[in-house]
Design a protein around this ligand. Sequence first.
Ligand code: DC
Length: 226
Amino acid sequence: MKTIYNIAIDGPAGAGKSTIAREVARRLRFVYVDTGAMYRAIALYFSRKGMDLGDEKEISREVSRVEVSLAYDNGIQQVLLNGENVSSLIRTPQVGAAASVTSAYPAVREKLTQLQKELAKRENIIMDGRDIGTCVLPHADLKVYLTASAEVRAKRRYEELQEKGETADLASIEEEIKERDYRDMHREISPLTKAEDAVLVDTSSMTIEEVVECLMTLAEERGIRV
Ligand code: DC
């Protein structure tokens, strides 16, 4: 039987998970699964319907009407919401904050974790999120908890927005990041936490290349190769 490798990356908002995971996936020729995009897509659905995001009962009832799926275009993940490609609509801070709220509901998590587990059974994947090492892929071949100080994470987001020509305020970005950390780490179900067997990588003073190299070494040490 073909060996399937799974790599799990968790960490707080802005730690660089997607940049790193995407590059490691490219080098290993693994499929990259961005689970945050799934939580964002489902939150977009509720927001578009004008639903009260704080109303867990209503949101949980509506979950069965939402279909989230992934497709790949030249290796780049596209997220489909009831068949519509919403990839370009989910990157706003508003959708991120909405996702942080609705991802705390068990009905939402059950739906998406099931889908994520299925994806990981089929091929070599590197998956990032908040609960991948702890809940979605507890038997992953490599688990990494990627973090950086809130100050550094805010500065990275700020520079990203500036590069896109968008106006941004560093202090409010840092505030937003801290709020999101708090919500993601203190929710009742599957809070963001480092899995016991995850390797902690603090990227505060590391370059992207250094972090990628660090993960490639960890993967090699665990016999993960294509
Ligand atoms: O990684 P991101 O910023 O795209 O994630 C958006 C929100 O989705 C995040 O604040 C918490 C939630 N999320 C989650 O609860 N579990 C995951 N595996 C991924 C994201």
